[in-house]
Write a protein of this length. Structure first.
Length: 522
């Protein structure tokens, strides 16, 4: 076989002409130590704080600590496969979270990966997990109520859309139940709820999902779960992932287009359950990357961790679509100590706190709300006028009752006025009790509180109060449905409405008194 020189030169020429020189430039580093979900890498000189990094075996990392000669990296995924000498690549992207309406009704982890066994979620949009909060010029004052369906809260410590209201108390005092009641109460209100479970048992998260499904509330809820069995980085990222998801809905209309004056944004409720476990996870990561410890061994910037998260909750201005994100952070205290480091930090960041107490819970006052030290700093301006009209004296009456109840333990000779106040107080405490997962419509709350504060329960035995309430609502649903609808739709409680309600209550009390007598006679 003859090989001719011109053929060889033609082939070489054609290959040279078709040659396209492309240089693949990537900034890479090398892992110099790894352990406990933290790696240190050398050589990533231009890496950004919070940047996503690529490691072998499809493991991703988050640039957490930028030092002079190395970078501390939080490893996400199967970090046990990473070893010294592995290559780390920069991605040039700040860590982001997949977002969108397709996540509603699903259970996902801190990275946006579904963990409910219902198949993958196709996401096209991403939001950075760390984002600067909306500036003041893009916000407006909190003025719309976020109804929880709980009489004790909607009357005494009202929450507004865009507010940050802390739920604080020892373990097993009903903190999660209170948050779930609020989520269930948003059914049909167009509010997207995001429940972030941080450091809880997997069985607890499954129970929460079952409860929401039973009450038909999963249709408007996203659960982000970082359970106790997961590594600390996942617990640390979970609340930020929840905020990133909530921001998508706040800044976009129902049609998925960016919100504006002609395309209203959506309303979001974010529950962080609970931030004390996120703080513990952050402490663990910080100590592993050798950041200096401060009070209670937490790093110095643990206050900033929670403030930059909660500041993202906002009520946007009309020009920005008037969407809102309401935050309900939960903090667990030890033996009722609200003066510990993390509780005082979060109390000072939020716009008020709902304090739950073990003693009240054990004495069957549920929700176990301490009315004396619970407060809402902005909710009054977001409270319905009808509720404000009937609940004005409620807090004072309860405070006076508590004081008198403590005083009356020491003496038996009480005058008529004191006895009347004690009797009224007992009935007020009784009507504020409410069963779990049964939120109450606002018009019924207004009716019942009006009945109690105006003394119409003073002659009803305390043990019959629950029955009185149940039967009164049944009576009003039949005989005064228009009256209840008017309170709900207008949010007002004028003199005519009050007179109509009074007439209905008097009519009902006659039949109730007869039923009590017949019951006593039997």
């Amino acid at each position: 076989m003859d090989i001719r020189a011109e053929e060889i030169s033609r082939i070489i020429r054609s290959q040279i002409e078709g040659f396209d020189a492309q240089v693949d430039v990537a900034e890479v580093g090398t892992v110099i130590s790894v352990g406990d979900g933290i790696a240190r890498a050398h050589g990533l000189e231009k890496v950004m704080a919070g940047e996503l990094l690529e490691l072998p075996h499809a493991v991703m990392g988050l640039a957490f600590n930028l030092e002079e000669d190395n970078v501390g990296i939080i490893l996400l995924g199967e970090y046990t496969k990473i070893k010294e000498g592995d290559t780390v690549k920069r991605t040039g992207k700040i860590m982001s979270m997949p977002v969108g309406p397709q996540f509603v009704g699903r259970v996902i982890n801190s990275l946006g990966i579904p963990i409910d066994g219902k198949g993958p979620i196709e996401a096209t949009l991403y939001n950075p997990i760390e984002k600067i909060a909306p500036p003041i010029v893009e916000r407006r004052g909190v003025h719309e109520p976020m109804q929880t369906g709980l009489k004790a809260i909607d009357a005494l410590i009202p929450i507004g859309r865009g507010q940050r209201e802390l739920i604080i108390g020892d373990r097993q005092t009903g903190k999660t139940a209170l948050a779930l009641d609020t989520i269930i109460n948003q059914k049909g209100n167009g509010v997207i709820c995001i429940y972030v479970a941080i450091g809880q048992k997997r069985s607890t998260v499954v129970q929460v999902m079952k409860t929401l499904e039973e009450h038909d509330a999963m249709k408007h809820t996203i659960i982000i779960s970082a359970t106790a069995s997961e590594p600390a980085p996942m617990l640390f990222l979970a609340p930020m992932a929840g905020a990133a998801m909530g921001e998508y809905f706040m800044w976009h209309g129902v049609n998925g287009q960016p919100a504006g004056a002609d395309n209203p944004g959506q309303h979001v409720l974010c529950v962080y359950d609970d931030l004390s476990k996120q703080a513990a996870a952050y402490r663990e990561i910080s100590l592993l990357v050798r950041r200096p410890p401060g009070r209670e061994a937490y790093p110095g910037d643990v206050f900033y961790l929670h403030s930059r998260l909660l500041e993202r909750a906002a009520k946007l201005s009309t020009e920005r679509g008037a969407g809102s994100m309401t935050a309900l952070p939960i903090i667990e205290t030890q033996a009722g100590d609200v003066s510990a480091y993390i509780p005082t930090n979060v109390i000072s960041i939020t716009d008020g706190q709902i304090v739950l107490e073990t003693d009240l819970f054990n004495s069957n006052v549920r929700p176990a709300l301490n009315v004396g030290i619970s407060v809402s700093r902005v909710g009054g301006s977001a409270q319905l006028k009808a509720m404000k009209a009937v609940a004005g004296s409620l807090k004072l009456d309860l405070a006076q009752y508590r004081e008198l109840a403590a005083f009356s333990q020491f003496g038996s000779d009480l005058d008529k006025t004191t006895l009347a106040q004690l009797n009224r107080g007992q009935r007020l405490v009784e009507i504020l009790k409410q069963p779990q997962y049964l939120p109450m419509p606002v018009e019924k709350q207004v009716s019942m509180i009006w009945v109690a504060t105006n003394g119409h329960l003073d002659d009803v035995p305390v043990k019959e109060i629950k029955r009185f309430e149940k039967e009164l609502f049944e009576y009003l649903d039949v005989n005064a449905a228009d009256l209840l609808r008017q309170i709900r739709e207008t949010g007002q409680f004028p003199k005519e409405t009050e007179a109509a309600l009074k007439a209905q209550v008097f009519a009902f009390k006659e039949t109730f008194a007869l039923s009590l007598q017949s019951g006593a006679g039997a």
